[in-house]
Design a protein around this ligand. Structure first.
Ligand SMILES: [Zn+2]
Length: 177
């Protein structure tokens, strides 16, 4: 059986156009990614949507047709059934730290700490930090604008007070004469 264009599109959209193992998007990769059979066809996997994953060529190349067949074989992380945070912790330097045996095996098998991926995660972190700073900056500008409005109101009030004071003084002086 082959995967129809329609199925392919469904897998692509469901994955948000990103590799379900490493997170690299089509935009990042500069092209379409591949369709992976989580359970390889030669190991009994089917072409149904539940066995298909959107996968970058590099992750696919490292995964190959791995499938735990013996009880001693470590299973591979299934991104469609368990969130990444369950098995990996992303460190500040962009590397992944395994939290489980499945995470440790998948990390090694798919080389999820390969240097371009670490650099990719670092860049994403940096972008998130820049966005955070920019929104903070916008907040400060808005605050400054509000302060300016308040200041001009205060200045106007002060001017009015001064005028009233002057008028009062004039009245007092004229009363003395
Ligand atoms: Zn990948």
């Amino acid at each position: 059986m082959t995967i129809t264009a329609e199925t392919r599109e469904q897998v692509q959209q469901r994955a948000n156009f990103a590799c379900e193992y490493c997170g690299v998007t089509e935009t990042d990769a500069g092209g379409e990614l591949t369709i992976d059979h989580f359970r390889p066809t030669i190991k009994g996997g089917e072409d149904g949507l539940e066995n298909l994953l959107y996968c970058c060529p590099r992750c696919n190349q490292y995964k190959l047709d791995y499938w735990a067949t013996h009880p001693d074989d470590p299973p591979l992380w299934d991104p469609r059934r368990e969130p990444a945070a369950h098995h990996f912790l992303e460190l500040d330097n962009g590397t992944l730290h395994p939290l489980t045996a499945v995470g440790a095996f998948t990390l090694k098998r798919l080389r999820l700490n390969r240097s371009p991926l670490v650099a990719y995660r670092q860049r994403k972190r940096q972008q998130a930090e820049e966005i955070r700073l920019l929104s903070r900056y916008r907040e400060m500008v808005q605050l400054l604008e509000r302060l300016n409005v308040q200041l001009s109101v205060l200045m106007q009030e002060q001017r009015q007070l001064l005028e009233e004071q002057r008028a009062l003084l004039r009245m007092l002086l004229s009363a003395r004469e």
